[in-house]
Design a protein around this ligand. Structure first.
Ligand code: 5AD
Ligand code: SF4
Length: 515
C-alpha cells in the first residue's frame, strides 16, 4: 500500500525512506513509540506542499492540454451553476489519487475547487479506515465541519464511507452524502440529486467491475504523476479492511494506462508511479493480456518518461520477470516496496499472507541478484493476536536478513469486517509499543549503515524541493532516497542533477552536485 498522510496539505513523496513511523493519516505519527524518526523528511513534505498547491497540473483523457479551470468548466457545460467544493484527503496514495480524480470529475462538471471549507458550498472528506485511530478521527473532523459548514453539503468519501455506510447519517446527521471509492463515477449524479433537494444520498456498491477512470484528473504533485492500474484487493489478509472497503481486484486496460502515460509525458511529467494495493497482481483485462512486467517496460518506452515507480508489491505475485525488467530498463526505478508484515511463518499463516518466511526471503534473494542494487522497503505489523516473543524475535531477525532501506511499522489495530477481529486483541498496547520501538531502533542502525555505505557514490537526483534556506535543494534518487544539496543555480526544480553523496543520516543523504 502507499504512503499515508494527514489531510489536504500533506503531500506525498511516496515512501521516502523512513523507519518505524506510523505515518498514517488521521491517526498521526504521534502514536508511534519513540522519537520522530526522520524529521528531515517532514521538512521536505511541508515545504513541498506549498509548491504543489500552486503548481498542480491537469491532465485530460483526450490528450488535450488545458490548464484553465474555467475553460474546463465551459467545455463540459456548466452544470453545477458555479458550485464550489472543498476536498480534504486522509490516507494512502490511492486515496490521494482518488481525490485527484474526484476533483477532476467535479471540475469537468463545472464545479470549482476552493481552499477553505468556509468558501465552499460542498465539503467532501475522503477518509481512511486502515487503523482505528484514522477512523476515529473522521467523526471528530465531521464535528468540526458541522460547526464550520452550516447550510453546506457535507459528504464522506472513501474507506470509512464504505465501511460505516448509512450509520454515518446516524452518528453525524448533518452529513448528506456517503460514497465509497467504487461509486465515485456516480458522484455527479449523486450531487445533482442533493442539489435537487434530496436530503441523503449514498453510493455504497463495491461489486462493480469497473475502474474509476475520469476525463480529467486534477494532479496535485507537479513532479510525480500517480496512476492507478489496479483497484481493490483479492488477497484477504486477516487484519485488513481494504478488501471490504475497496472491493475486489479490478485491473485497468493496458491501452488506457499507456494512453494516460503518453498524455502525462506531454504535460511535462517525467516520473510516473503506478499504484495498486497489490500492483504486481495486475492482470490486463484486454486482448493484449499484458503481464505486469511487460506493462512496466512499455510505460518506460513512452517518450519523455524518465522514471517509472510502482507500489505496493505483494510478495506472492512477485516474480523474477519484474527483476529482469528492472535489469533491462534503467528507467524502472531501483526501489521495491514489499511488505513482509511479520518474520514468523506462524504469524504469517494466521495473517493469511499466503507465503512463509522462507518464501519471502527467496523473493528478497531474487531482488538481491539483480544487476544493479535495488532498494527494498517494507511494512511490519507488531502485536498481531498470538504473536509471541519468539515470533517477534523472528521479525527482528528478518530486518537483519532482508537489510531493508526503510521500514514502516504499525501496531496491530483490530478492524471491523476483518477475519482477525474474532481473535480479539490480546497483546497489550504497551507491549506493542515496546515491540515497535525495538523495530525502529534496529532499523535505525541498519539504515545508518546502509546510507553510510553510499558515501562517495554519484546519484541522479530529480529535484522536487527548494528549501527555505537559500541555495538548498532536494529531491529523490531512483532508489527513492531523499538527498539534499546546495547549488547557486537559479532554478533546478524539475531537473535531474548528478550529486555526489558527502554525508548521510538515517532517513536522508546530503551531497554536492558534480559535473
Ligand atoms: N492494523 C495495523 N496495521 C495495519 N495495516 C493494514 N491493516 C492494519 C491493521 N488492521 C498496515 C499493513 C499494511 C499497511 C499499509 O498498513 O502493514 O501493509
Ligand atoms: Fe490489505 Fe493484504 Fe490486500 Fe494489502 S494485500 S490491501 S494488506 S488485504
Amino acid at each position: 500500500m502507499g504512503e499515508w498522510s494527514y489531510g489536504r496539505l500533506q503531500i506525498h513523496m511516496n515512501k521516502a525512506f523512513d523507519i518505524g513511523v506510523e505515518s498514517l493519516s488521521g491517526g498521526g505519527r504521534a502514536e508511534n513509540a519513540g522519537p520522530e524518526a526522520n524529521p528531515a523528511d517532514h521538512t521536505v513534505h511541508s515545504d513541498l506542499s506549498d509548491q504543489f498547491n500552486s503548481r498542480g497540473k491537469m491532465s485530460f483523457a483526450g490528450g488535450a492540454t488545458l490548464a484553465d479551470v474555467s475553460a474546463v468548466a465551459k467545455s463540459f457545460g456548466d452544470t453545477a451553476n458555479g458550485g464550489t467544493f472543498f476536498l480534504e484527503t486522509f490516507g494512502c496514495q490511492m486515496n490521494d489519487h482518488d481525490s485527484e480524480k474526484v476533483a477532476g470529475l467535479l471540475l469537468s462538471r463545472g464545479y470549482r475547487q476552493v481552499e477553505t471549507p468556509e468558501a465552499a458550498r460542498m465539503i467532501l472528506y475522503n477518509t481512511c479506515s486502515i487503523r482505528e485511530k484514522a477512523a476515529q478521527k473522521v467523526f471528530s473532523r465531521l464535528g468540526e465541519y458541522r460547526e464550520r459548514g452550516e447550510g453546506k453539503i457535507i459528504g464522506v468519501l472513501g474507506c470509512v464511507a464504505q465501511q460505516e455506510g448509512q450509520d454515518i447519517f446516524k452518528r453525524a446527521p448533518w452529513v448528506s452524502l456517503v460514497c465509497g471509492s467504487a461509486s465515485y463515477r456516480k458522484l455527479p449524479e449523486m450531487l445533482a440529486e442533493l442539489e435537487a433537494g434530496n436530503k441523503r444520498v449514498t453510493g455504497l456498491d463495491n461489486d462493480t467491475d469497473e475502474t474509476f477512470e475520469t476525463e480529467i484528473t486534477r494532479r496535485d504533485n507537479p513532479w510525480r504523476a500517480y496512476l492507478t492500474i489496479i483497484e481493490g484487493c483479492d488477497k484477504a489478509c486477516a487484519y485488513c479492511v481494504v478488501p471490504h472497503t475497496r472491493g475486489p481486484e479490478r485491473s485497468r486496460g493496458s491501452e488506457s494506462i499507456l494512453r494516460e502515460v503518453r498524455q502525462l509525458a506531454e504535460l511535462g511529467y517525467s516520473e510516473v508511479q503506478l499504484l495498486g494495493q497489490t500492483v504486481n497482481s495486475y492482470a490486463d483485462p484486454t486482448a493484449r493480456r499484458m503481464k505486469f512486467s511487460e506493462l512496466l517496460l512499455e510505460v518506460a518506452q513512452v517518450a519523455g518518461i524518465r522514471r517509472v515507480r510502482f507500489t505496493t508489491s505483494h510478495p506472492r505475485d512477485f516474480g523474477v520477470d519484474i527483476v529482469e525488467a528492472i535489469d533491462r530498463e534503467p528507467k524502472l526505478c531501483d526501489h521495491i516496496h514489499l511488505p513482509v508484515q511479520s518474520g514468523s511463518t506462524k504469524v504469517l499463516r494466521a495473517m493469511a499472507r499466503t507465503y512463509t518466511r522462507e518464501e519471502y526471503l527467496e523473493k528478497i534473494a531474487l531482488i538481491r541478484s539483480a544487476a544493479r542494487p535495488i532498494s527494498v522497503t517494507t511494512d511490519i505489523i507488531v502485536g498481531f493476536p498470538g504473536e509471541t516473543d519468539a515470533d517477534f524475535a523472528e521479525t527482528l531477525s528478518m530486518l537483519d536478513e532482508a537489510q531493508y532501506d526503510g521500514v514502516f511499522g504499525f501496531k496491530y489495530s483490530p478492524r471491523p469486517n476483518t477475519p482477525s477481529l474474532a481473535l480479539n486483541d490480546p497483546i497489550p498496547e504497551e507491549l506493542k509499543g515496546q515491540r515497535l520501538a525495538m523495530i525502529q531502533e534496529k532499523q535505525r542502525v541498519i539504515q545508518m549503515a546502509r546510507n553510510l555505505a553510499m558515501l562517495g557514490q554519484e546519484l541522479d537526483v530529480f529535484v522536487s524541493n527548494k528549501s527555505r534556506r537559500e541555495n538548498q535543494w532536494s529531491g529523490h534518487t531512483t532508489s527513492n532516497r531523499v538527498i539534499s544539496f546546495s547549488s547557486q543555480e537559479r532554478e533546478l526544480l524539475g531537473s535531474y542533477v548528478r550529486v555526489k553523496v558527502t554525508d548521510s543520516g538515517t532517513g536522508s543523504l546530503m551531497g554536492v552536485p558534480v559535473g
